[in-house]
Ligand binder design. Structure first.
Ligand code: PLP
Length: 233
């Protein structure tokens, strides 16, 4: 199937999940994840109406952004773990960053954004499963980071991001999403936290319908749109 057909199928599944959850479909944004995917396929998705793409490697994203720079309305969301020494590159071209997980990284981004005279929409990444292999802050450390972001005016907090447990047990996956909604409530109730943190970036090809049932506002979908990726070496 073509990228356009896959996009239509995924969007229909998102809308159906919204319907089941009694949610307005305009409240769930589809973020196509184009990591490892060539720019020919990204252009196909662009022609089908997509204007922002998720990438997890800075070098790869920056070179795609340069190649597609003649489309000024095309934006990039960095969704993978970031080392501080890559903050400058991200500050130069990304519109969104979904994997903020430390104050030092936030400060590095702030200073690079000042130099570039840009701003960056950010999501704090949460390790909602407790799996040691996963990036993200433990839930109990999230409020402190959110409070610290109040002083970094180049970062625009939008909400929280997570990768749920990769488990065949629906209850285990669901518990991750529930933790995220609870954590969002805690942030919204804490007077030290500035900003609304109303967004939840959660749900991937295998679990986006469940994520929508639990309040996801951005679903990050790669495989179901662009096909299987080559195995990670
Ligand atoms: C690769 C990736 C996705 C998309 O995963 P699929 O299972 O291919 O939909 C979503 N979020 C992050 C952080 C990723 O790295």
């Amino acid at each position: 199937m073509s990228v356009a057909e896959n996009l239509a199928r995924v969007r229909a599944a998102i809308d159906a999940a919204c319907d089941r959850a009694d949610r307005d479909p305009s409240g769930v944004r589809l973020l196509p994840v184009s990591k490892t995917v060539g720019t020919d396929k990204i252009i196909e998705a662009y022609r089908a109406g997509m204007r922002i793409f998720g990438e997890n490697k800075v070098q790869e994203a920056a070179s795609k952004a340069a190649e597609l720079a003649d489309r000024p309305d095309l934006q990039w969301a960095m969704i993978g773990h970031l080392q501080r020494n890559k903050a400058r590159e991200v500050a130069a071209f990304a519109a969104e960053f979904h994997a903020l997980d430390s104050r030092r990284l936030a400060e590095a981004l702030q200073s690079r954004l000042e130099q570039a005279d840009r701003t960056l929409d950010v999501f704090i990444e949460v390790n909602s499963s407790g799996e040691p292999s996963k990036f993200g802050l433990p839930p109990e450390e999230v409020v402190d980071l959110a409070a610290a972001l109040g002083e970094l005016d180049r970062l625009r907090p939008r909400g929280l991001m997570t990768i749920a447990a990769n488990s065949p047990d629906r209850g285990v996956v669901e518990a991750c999403f529930v933790r995220m909604t609870e954590l969002r409530r805690r942030l919204q109730d804490d007077p030290r936290v500035i900003g609304s943190y109303h967004e939840l970036s959660m749900g991937m090809s295998g679990d986006f319908e469940l994520a929508i049932a639990h309040g996801a506002t951005t679903v990050r979908i790669g495989t179901a749109i662009f096909g299987a990726r080559p195995p990670i070496r």
